[in-house]
Design a protein around this ligand. Structure first.
Ligand SMILES: C[C@H]1O[C@@H](n2cnc3c(N)ncnc32)[C@H](O)[C@@H]1O
Ligand SMILES: Cc1ncc(COP(=O)(O)O)c(N)n1
Ligand code: SF4
Ligand SMILES: [Zn+2]
Length: 538
């Protein structure tokens, strides 16, 4: 089955498509941002091309309205060694090589270009930052996967996926959630939200559909997504159980797991760490259980007085995961839904169990991420990451925010991006975005855009904190463009180029304004950056 996605110029990221060759000989897409020359009045000279990750799978590159065919990569048969098994055997897979090339984002090419004539001023400033950079190789990625400090979610059944590596040694990744709920009217809209998320740089997408047409929505997303796709199989299990949590069963769950893995889902949230004794720990909470999967599982356990069937059948889950190289994202069914409940006994009891499950998965060559909260007051954010690292043996942490305040309704992309930046700075591998609609309703395409922008910024700020090679270069290039009033270059380097341009042009439209040595904030007579150029002239 083919996807039905058409390219949309409104969703085109900055720059143009550019390919680097992976060690395994595959073409890995990047965006090349061309920058204009420094105006003569500021000393003249050239500015280097800059390279950024491209997750759009070609949506952003094609002509308007053109149907986009995703590249379908060669994949091993189900039952082949997982990325983890291969890594342990010392084998560098094409996926490891691909992810390494993507992670490098042609930083070597960028560094080499700085020695070209006309780039002396940029070279003087940026070269010191590039001297100690050790590029990623397939081998270095392999070592992190083998150490279980990184995962490459790429199911054998998902040929459309362009591999990426998730772990604290790599650039911080951002996941965007999409999917229907009972109140959405058109499931095809989820395809548009996915495209919006990709255009804004989502490294993975999760289909969290709970409305009608769960399977159709997922199939559309899988066939149209060049990034890894995640799901929460308990949702479809509840649907098949007629919406009654008491009708959930291991048998239905197992069928859902098998069906979704066969369809090509790359990673799944598995709420296996929420145990029956943990449920009691939530009694004194201010906001109980706010995880959907956790909530339905707790209801089932309490009603029957039985242990979590995902925990009881975890070995069988591992059989299926190993067969398809499905990455398990061990779910935080007890994540805190309020600052009051942040880092409480329930949450940490579950986290310790996730550590135990992580070790069992490792013994079966199954890749694992650990899911985290939620809502935590600022002073507790780092502790959450430290506990995860200790109890879960440094497995990649994947958090929802955390939100650092409960009063942000309507702006919770901000409360969550603040906590997200903090926790990623402390080593969280992937941030799940939160949109302005959190706690209020189902996000639409515009909310996706806002949520992605907030979280790309959080991830980038964290990359700078973590010393990810090259991350801060983009900031420096932006600052040079800003000080030299190269407005189009500023737009191109911004997290949301279309918005940056629109905001600037709103008050100063026209060609002349694209070169003006001021903007409407201060105007020509009061622009201090303009004056700064005069300071050391004589
Ligand atoms: C786990 C998190 O996923 C988000 N979430 C849950 N369902 C959807 C959906 N259909 N679309 C987008 N986001 C969703 C909420 O923010 C929740 O807190
Ligand atoms: C980071 C993250 N993303 C998604 C989920 C699944 O949602 P839920 O636990 O509400 O079913 C989760 N637990 N954690
Ligand atoms: S976001 Fe809405 S549906 Fe989800 S837990 Fe909160 S109130 Fe319930
Ligand atoms: Zn919340």
């Amino acid at each position: 089955m083919h996807n039905h996605f058409h390219s949309n110029p409104d969703l085109r990221p900055a720059g143009e498509r550019f390919f680097v060759r992976s060690e395994a000989g595959e073409d890995v897409p990047l965006r090349r941002i061309r920058l204009s020359d420094t105006p003569e009045c500021f000393g003249g000279g050239r500015n280097p091309d800059f390279f950024m990750t491209d997750v759009t799978g070609g949506y952003g590159a094609a002509d308007a309205g053109e149907t986009v065919e995703l590249v379908r990569r060669e994949r091993p048969e189900p039952g082949s060694p997982t990325q983890l098994a291969a890594a342990r055997a010392g084998v560098v897979t094409p996926e490891m090589a691909y992810a390494a090339a993507r992670e490098n984002a042609n930083l070597e090419g960028f560094a080499a270009s700085l020695s070209e004539p006309g780039l002396e001023r940029v070279r003087d400033r940026l070269m010191p930052l590039l001297e100690r950079v050790e590029p990623w190789t397939g081998e270095r990625v392999r070592a992190r996967v083998a150490a279980r400090q990184a995962v490459i979610p790429a199911a054998f059944t998902h040929p459309e996926v362009e591999p990426t590596v998730i772990g604290r040694h790599f650039a911080t990744k951002v996941n965007a959630n999409v999917g229907t709920s009972a109140s959405s009217s058109d499931w095809r809209e989820e395809g548009r939200k996915m495209q919006e998320a990709l255009a804004r740089g989502a490294d993975t997408v999760m289909d969290l559909s709970t409305g009608r047409c769960i399977r159709e929505t997922r199939e559309m997303i899988l066939r149209g997504s060049p990034v890894p796709v995640g799901t929460v199989p308990l949702y479809e299990t509840l649907e098949r159980a007629g919406g009654d949590p008491l009708a959930l069963s291991w048998e239905i769950f197992r069928d859902v797991l098998e069906d979704q893995a066969r369809a090509g889902v790359d990673y799944m949230t598995i709420h296996a760490g929420l145990l029956l004794p943990h449920v009691e720990l939530t009694r004194s909470r201010l906001t109980g259980i706010v995880s959907r999967g956790g909530g339905m599982m707790a209801r089932w356990m309490k009603a029957f007085g039985r242990e979590n069937f995902l925990y009881e059948h975890f070995d069988e889950i591992l059989d299926i995961a190993a067969h398809y190289d499905l990455t398990l994202s061990l779910g935080d069914g007890l994540r805190s839904g309020s600052l009051y409940d942040g880092n409480d006994a329930a949450q940490f009891a579950e986290l310790r169990t996730l550590g135990e499950l992580n070790r069992r998965a490792g013994a079966r060559d199954v890749q694992v991420m650990i899911e985290g909260p939620g809502h935590i007051p600022m002073p507790g954010v780092e502790l959450n990451q430290l506990n995860e690292r200790e109890w879960c043996d440094d497995a990649p942490f994947y958090t929802l925010g955390p939100l650092v305040s409960d009063v942000g309704a309507g702006y919770d992309h901000i409360t969550a991006a603040i906590g997200g930046a903090m926790i990623a700075g402390a080593g969280t591998a992937m941030l799940c975005y939160v949109t302005p609609k959190e706690h209020l309703g189902l996000p639409d395409a515009n909310d996706v855009r806002e949520g992605m922008a907030a979280f790309r910024i959080a991830a980038h700020a964290a990359d700078i904190a973590r010393g990810v090679p090259g991350a801060i270069l983009r900031d420096h290039l932006m600052s040079m463009a800003r000080f030299e009033f190269r407005w189009p270059d500023q737009f191109a380097l911004a997290v949301d180029p279309a918005r940056a341009r629109a905001f600037h042009d709103e008050t100063l439209p026209g060609a002349a304004a694209q070169k003006a040595h001021f903007c409407s904030m201060c105007g020509p007579k009061f622009c201090p950056m303009k004056l700064a150029h005069e300071l050391f002239k004589d």
